[in-house]
Design a protein around this ligand. Structure first.
Ligand code: AMP
Ligand code: ZN
Length: 116
């Protein structure tokens, strides 16, 4: 738990979130500013700043996080038509919250992977 981390505070129940999936090690909740009909953030409950730090510190948990993303996608009905999983890392990606999170996006064709 990092007191000044927004997503640690969501894990702790100090800030409300619309939770759609939870395991002992992961939490998934709806993004507050959805960019697609389905936009869910999937996080490990343990604090790691980004996916590179997570993979280095705890590769098993990184795999568990990916499995949670797949479970969320299935639960949101995205399996048949497909979806996108995005990890932003660092400045060029526009990462704003430095607690690793996967964006699971779907519910319509998502267009090009990045804008020009
Ligand atoms: P990123 O730019 O990859 O760091 O993404 C951060 C995401 O967190 C953005 O898509 C925000 O809309 C989302 N976000 C910020 N605050 C909250 C919150 N309190 N609950 C849910 N999503 C949030
Ligand atoms: Zn955190």
């Amino acid at each position: 738990m990092t007191n000044d981390c927004l997503f640690c505070r969501i894990v702790a129940g100090e800030i409300p979130a619309t939770v759609v999936h939870e395991t002992d090690e992961t939490l998934a909740f709806r993004d507050i500013g959805p960019k697609a009909p389905v936009h869910v953030l999937v996080i490990p409950k343990a604090h790691h700043a980004d996916v590179a730090e997570l993979a280095a510190a705890d590769p098993a948990l990184a795999g568990t996080l990916l499995a949670a993303c797949a479970a969320v996608a299935a639960g949101e009905g995205l399996k048949e038509d497909g979806y996108r999983v995005i990890f932003n890392v660092g400045a060029h990606s526009g990462q704003e919250v430095f607690h690793v999170h996967a964006h699971v996006l779907g519910g319509r064709p998502l267009g090009p992977m990045v804008s020009a």
